[in-house]
Design a protein around this ligand. Sequence first.
Ligand code: SAM
Length: 205
Amino acid sequence: MRSAGEKKLYRFFKNLDRSLFIDNEYKAYAHIDSALPIGHGQTISQPSLVYTMTLRLELNKELKVLEVGTGSGYQTAFLAEFAGEVYTVERIEELSIKAKQRLESLGYRNIFYKIGDGSMGWQEHQPFDRIIVTAAAVRIPDPLLGQLKPGGKMIIPVGSRGIQNLLLINKDQNGRITSEALEPVLFVELKGSYGWSKDYDMENP
Ligand code: SAM
């Protein structure tokens, strides 16, 4: 049986038109439950996975969230709808600008945008109650663990290029970290200082 919060999220998930976040030939496939290309070799996430990740973050309007990987802004809309403030970082300028335009035209005013390396977090605005990483990490970036509030949660896909485990990280009041593997997933790579780098792949620095 779904809680009231879960019902609200489900309604939002069903009503948000994903085609608003796609402006290429894949727009016609927006209703399909799969990731789709958005240019620059990046993808808009699979709707059911966006739903699950949002649900597992247990959001409310008091919370400050860091999102790493704005992409199309589709996941960002879920965060902005159910959290207090969203700080979203995207390394590709064009994607960040387009996402901002879409989210502003949908009326969201609680989102702060940054173009840069989100694997470093967003130092000036830490600590965060929640952190969501929407690109595949080779390990959990240390700065993100450091910028997570005691009592906070982080959701992040960690693994190899071919497959990752979606991890739900909890930081208790003493700063102790525990991790739960939720499901196998497939995301594009997290780049940057704490992402995939020369150390991990000489062909794709
Ligand atoms: N959740 C997004 C959506 O719904 O459209 C999709 C995100 S896409 C799977 C991953 C995004 O992470 C890409 O846009 C990519 O450019 C971005 N990214 C990868 N590494 C990054 C980094 N170090 N800092 C910021 N963004 C990064």
